[in-house]
Design a protein around this ligand. Sequence first.
Ligand code: NAG
Ligand code: NAG
Ligand code: NAG
Ligand code: NAG
Ligand code: NAG
Ligand code: NAG
Length: 454
Amino acid sequence: MVGPRIHQLPAALVNILSVVAACLEHQDPSSPAATTAQPITSTEPLTTPTGNSTTLTTTTQLPSTVAANTPTTTSQPATIANSTTSTVLPSTTLPSKVVIDNTLPSGTNPLNNSISTVTWLGYQTANNSCSHRDLGFTGKLGGKWYSIFGDTLWAAPGVTDMFLDPPGFHGMVRDSISLLTDDPLTVIDLYLNNDKPVPHQLQFVPFVEEWGETNQYGFGGTSLCEVDEETGMGVLYYLVNGNESRGLIGAGVAQVELVDDVPTVTRRYGEQGWWWDSNKTARYGDQIAYRDEKSEYIYILGGPPNYISDWGNLNYHYLARVKAKDAFDLGAYEYYWGKQKGWRKEVLDRFDTETAVMWGTGQGQVHWSEYWGCYLLVHLGIAGGAVFIRTADNLEGPWTPDVQIFQATPIDDGLVYAGVAHPYLDETGKTLVVSYTNNNHIEVLKVEFAGGLR
Ligand SMILES: *[C@@H]1O[C@H](CO)[C@@H](O)[C@H](O)[C@H]1NC(C)=O
Ligand SMILES: *[C@@H]1O[C@H](CO)[C@@H](O)[C@H](O)[C@H]1NC(C)=O
Ligand SMILES: *[C@@H]1O[C@H](CO)[C@@H](O)[C@H](O)[C@H]1NC(C)=O
Ligand SMILES: *[C@@H]1O[C@H](CO)[C@@H](O)[C@H](O)[C@H]1NC(C)=O
Ligand SMILES: *[C@@H]1O[C@H](CO)[C@@H](O)[C@H](O)[C@H]1NC(C)=O
Ligand SMILES: CC(=O)N[C@H]1CO[C@H](CO)[C@@H](O)[C@@H]1O
C-alpha cells in the first residue's frame, strides 16, 4: 500500500521543510531535551525556492539565572517577495503606493519575561493501542475533550511501546481520534480494530470512493469544534489531499455526533466532500480551527490556494468564521478581507499582506487564557523545532511578536511541527500544557506562567 514512515505531510510543510531540512541536527531520541530548553544559536538565512532570500531573524536573550525558558522574538521578513498585489512604485516617478501589511506583529507579548518554568513531560501515548502519529489537535464535545490526529502509523503486531517498534510499514490510517484524559501523556484511542493482542485505530473521517477518494488520500484535520453541547454535535475541518495524483483538492467539513457516547462522523458536506476549492480559495480550517469561547463563532484559518506556491507567500494565513450553530451552512460563512475591508460574505479571492492575518506559524492552536485575558496561539513557526506563543485581543489580529518557550530536538532528523494547546487541564490558565509533533511522536510540555493578570 504505502511505504516509508513520513510520507503524508501537508504539502506546505513539505515545501518549507525541504528548504530547511538541512539545518536540522541529528539527535538521539532516547535522550530528549529533558527539562531544559536550548537557545537558538543560528540565524541562518533561508532561501526561497525561487532564489529570493528571506531572513528569519532570531534574537535570543539568555537570562542570567538558569531558567527553563528562553524568550525569543522572531520577526518575519520585512518584505515577502512577490506579494500578489502589493507593488512599490519608484518614488522618483510616481507617488509611492502604501503597502498595507496587516500581518506584522504588533504591541507587546505579555508572556515575555513572564514564564517561570517549562517542563518537558514526555511522550503522549495511548494506553490501549500503539501507533506513531502527528497533530493531535484538542477539541471539546459534549463535555469531554478529544484529540484529532493525522497520519496514524500502526506499530507492528503485538508491539505496545512505540520505541520498540521494528522498522517497516505495519499499516496505517489517515486520521484518527482519541479521548484525552487528566494525564496529558495518556490518551485512550477510539475506533479500534480487532488486531490481537494489540488493537489499532480505524479511520475517523471515512473515504468516499464515489468521490474518487482512496486510502492514499490525506485528511489533515484540525480541531473538533463544538456546535451543540446538549446533543454533543461538532464540526471537524479537514483538507482533502489527493496526494501525487491530484494534489490538494479542497477544504471541507464533517459533522460529528455522539453515537453510543463516541464521536462519529455522520456526514461530510459538499458535492465531492469539500466546500473550498483549493485551486481558488484559501484552505480554510487546515491550519487552525477554533470554537471561540468568548463569542458564538468558530474561526478557521488556512493557507492560500494552490496557484500561490512560492515559499514566502505560501506562509500567509487567511481567516473565515461562522456562528457555531450555522457551521454546516456554507452560505453562513464570512470571510476576512483585512482590517480595512473587514468581514464580508463574499469569498476572499485576493491573497496578500492586506487580506492575510498572519504569517509563518504553520499549524497551531488558539485558546482564550483567563490568566492573561487574551487569546494565545501555540505554534512551531515554519521549521526548526522552536515552540512559540503569540497573543491577541481579537482573532482578526493584530498578533503580538512571538515568545519562544522551548526548543525541541528533532528525533532522527525528523520534522517538528503543529503546536497544540491543552487548556482544559488548568482552566485558571496559570499553567498551560502544550504538545507538538516530533517525527511522528507527540511530545508534551508544561508551561508555568509568572507575572499574573494584566
Ligand atoms: C500517493 O498515492 C500513490 C498511488 O495512489 C501511492 O503509491 C503513494 O504511496 C501515495 N503517496 C503518499 C505520500 O501517500
Ligand atoms: C521582551 O522584552 C525585552 C526587554 O526585556 C525586549 O527587548 C524584547 O523585544 C521583548 N520581546 C517580545 C517578544 O516582546
Ligand atoms: C514575481 O514578480 C515578477 C514581477 O512582477 C514576475 O515577473 C515573476 O513571475 C513573479 N514570480 C513569482 C514566483 O510569482
Ligand atoms: C486507560 O486509561 C483510562 C483512564 O485513566 C482507564 O480508565 C482505562 O482503564 C485505561 N485502559 C487500559 C487498557 O489500561
Ligand atoms: C485544480 O487544478 C488542477 C490542475 O489544473 C486540475 O487537474 C483539477 O481538476 C482542478 N480541481 C478542481 C476541483 O477543479
Ligand atoms: C524581491 C525580489 O528579489 N523578488 C524577486 C524574486 O524572484 C522572482 C523570480 O526570480 C523575481 O521576479 C523577483 O523580482
